[in-house]
Design a protein around this ligand. Structure first.
Ligand SMILES: Cc1cc2nc3c(=O)[nH]c(=O)nc-3n(C[C@H](O)[C@H](O)[C@H](O)COP(=O)(O)OP(=O)(O)OC[C@H]3O[C@@H](n4cnc5c(N)ncnc54)[C@H](O)[C@@H]3O)c2cc1C
Length: 602
């Protein structure tokens, strides 16, 4: 077992040296914070993650959430009750929410660091807390005063749980096909809902007295497709006027999934209104439900990238410790078979695997913290130009956070298992569970295929390409700075060449779209996302290398840390980034086998 869950020094490097998050305290919303108080939050989060959440990681999986079909009751593992209590006592329910509704009013980028810790320690457990926070966030942004008064403090305070209910059996990726209906009641301010939602994370549990479900549904007569979907707040139990939990609201759990991973989190199928008594309260305006839900989903997509990266970061810490301790074989140059075996970290193939993990997890955390930091600017900057610029870049980067974050993290955990050899394949060690847990992240919050289509079909072209260009401009600035630093010139050149290749391919694909072959254009989505993601991670690692080089030149007591940053960047740019050029070539060749292949020939 590793002594550390995540690289704490790297977290502070990203927050304080790369993003300089202390500057956010100039915004009124964060004015009560300082670097010292951020550090107190980070230390407290790590203590909770390490001492309470992590010791129960295996138990959450082994026991898992369970459903009793006779009683209709869902139970979470016993350890989850202790974890929930600890989260509640620590006030971790609403890290970024305003203090007046029970939140901590933290910058999202600092919360990204605590999220990395909590998810590295026990991601199934953290999903219960995130579910409540997500439901509360929707009510905070779009709810009436009455809804806010009824729900916010209870959700942020850990009294009640929360979910997000989008998926239906016939409407997974295709939310325009949602069928759940909401009919205005004749005797009150509520609607009566009927329908089934499936795969609902934290959808039922025995942790809290009530569960608050934001539910997508159609009001009869609404337009077809996504423009006719509204959002409702549907509690499991109705709430009486005095705020106490009242009558059962006809939200019935039909069962929970038996899953490959994240087994401690109950993924439920919920039937709303089987007895015609399920009341829901409209959030915001009718037919704007998907727009509202997208606020939560965009946040959740960064959260999914964080979940995946946190598991990969923990797996990397394990692999690092293991390869330092495991003795096997001798150096190739050592001819004496009786000489002592060496730690496997001395073998170059093992170091290759470790470097790939280091570069991926550090590059991904940099991206996720940066995305959260843009979210802080978008939300809190008094300067409109700065807010709009942050929104543009964040919009383009969100599918990368989710899709590349989940895919690269999964591959990174595969490498961690490989470092362990046969022991990595054994459930005696935590890596097998990490791999199983990680597999859901390319699937939920919109599959990675859907993310890729979002990037190429929407984000690249939105605002006539202005947002996309804003990202490329940021990359150019970093390249220009690195090119001035002699030891970084070669790396700057590699990122500059990648930038050019991405621009070139984007123009080529735009030509295909303008020529009307939209099927061919969209068939490029997944390779395009991978290519673009490699550029993004290379950019952020180059940014980090620039800071590291400056620190080394200025003289630092942490030579190994900064040399490590340079090495991670050099490794990624030397080994991962070149794949971008192969993908670029494939896309420019107009590869279309998958598109044209006759189904009968499969
Ligand atoms: C553990 C778990 C937890 C979940 N939690 C929640 C939750 O809390 N709330 C919630 O609402 N949902 C939740 N989901 C549901 C999840 O969001 C969906 O599973 C996901 O959106 C995919 O939908 P689907 O399973 O119906 O797959 P499908 O939509 O059938 O997709 C199957 C495959 O087809 C591809 N595909 C589909 N349409 C297209 C297209 N137009 N073009 C190209 N490829 C396409 C997909 O990319 C995918 O590879 C959860 C799922 C799981 C497994």
């Amino acid at each position: 077992m590793s002594d550390t869950l995540v690289n704490l020094r790297d977290i502070r490097f990203v927050l304080y040296e790369m993003l300089d998050v202390e500057t956010l305290t100039k915004y009124d919303y964060f004015a009560d914070y300082s670097r010292d108080t951020f550090d107190i939050v980070l230390d407290a989060a790590y203590k909770l993650a390490r001492e309470v959440c992590w010791p129960s990681y295996a138990e959450m999986d082994r026991i898992g959430a369970s459903f009793d079909a006779k009683t209709g009751k869902t139970s979470v593992p016993e350890c989850m009750h202790r974890i929930w209590q600890a989260y509640k006592e620590g006030g971790w329910g609403g890290e970024t929410a305003p203090v007046e509704v029970g939140g901590q009013q933290l910058p999202a980028c600092v919360a990204a660091a605590t999220s990395l810790m909590f998810n590295a320690a026990n991601t199934s457990a953290n999903m219960y807390v995130a579910g409540a926070g997500g439901a509360a966030g929707l009510i905070l942004s779009f709810g009436s005063d009455a809804l806010k008064k009824t729900y916010l403090e209870k959700l942020y305070g850990g009294e009640w749980g929360g979910t997000m209910c989008l998926t239906e059996p016939q409407a997974g990726s295709s939310l325009s096909d949602v069928k759940t209906t909401a009919v205005k009641a004749s005797d009150g301010d509520h609607y009566l809902l009927t329908g089934t939602k499936c795969f609902i994370s934290s959808g039922d549990q025995d942790l809290t007295d009530n569960i608050v479900h934001p539910v997508l549904a159609r009001i009869p007569g609404s337009p077809p497709g996504v423009k006719g979907i509204s959002l409702f707040i549907v509690p499991k139990y109705r709430v009486d006027d005095d705020g106490s939990v009242g009558e059962f609201n006809d939200v019935v759990t039909a069962g929970i999934e038996h899953k490959l991973g994240i087994r401690g989190n109950a993924t439920a199928t919920l039937n709303f209104g089987d007895s015609g008594k399920c009341r829901g309260w409209l959030l915001g305006e009718p037919n704007r439900g998907l727009t509202y839900m997208f606020q939560l989903m965009n946040h959740a997509r960064i959260g999914t990238g964080l979940q995946a990266t946190s598991l990969a970061a923990n797996a990397y810490q394990h692999a690092l410790q293991y390869t330092r301790e495991r003795l096997q074989s001798r150096k190739i140059s050592e001819k004496d078979p009786t000489s002592p075996q060496v730690p496997i970290i001395k073998h170059s193939d093992v170091r290759r695997m470790l470097l790939a993990q280091k570069a991926t997890t550090e590059g991904m955390f940099a991206l996720l913290a940066y995305a959260a930091y843009l979210g802080d600017k978008e939300r809190c900057s008094p300067d409109e130009t700065e807010r709009l610029a942050a929104t543009d870049i964040l919009d383009v980067l969100t599918p990368v956070c989710k899709a590349y974050g989940s895919e690269a993290s999964y591959e990174s955990i595969v490498l961690a298992i490989q470092c362990y050899g046969g022991y990595g394949f054994s459930e005696e060690f935590p890596l097998a569970q990490m791999l199983r847990d990680c597999k859901v992240f390319p699937i939920y919050e919109g599959t990675n295929g859907i993310q890729a289509m979002d990037l190429l079909g929407r984000k690249v072209v939105m605002k006539n390409g202005v947002a996309f260009k804003a990202v490329l401009d940021e990359i150019s600035k970093t390249v220009a700075e690195a090119a001035q630093i002699e030891p970084l010139k070669d790396m700057a050149g590699k990122v500059a060449a990648a930038l050019e290749a991405v621009g070139d391919v984007t123009g080529h694909l735009a030509g295909i779209a303008m020529g009307g072959d939209i099927e061919l254009y969209m068939s490029a989505a997944t390779p395009y996302l991978r290519m673009f993601s490699r550029l993004i991670i290379s950019w952020l690692l180059l940014w980090q290398a620039t800071l590291a080089q400056k620190a080394l030149e200025a003289g630092t007591g942490e030579k190994n840390f900064y040399q490590g940053k340079l090495g991670a960047a050099r490794f990624y740019l030397g080994n991962e980034l070149p794949q971008l050029h192969a993908t670029a070539q494939i896309l420019k060749n107009g590869e279309r086998t998958a598109l044209d292949f006759d189904e009968a020939c499969f």
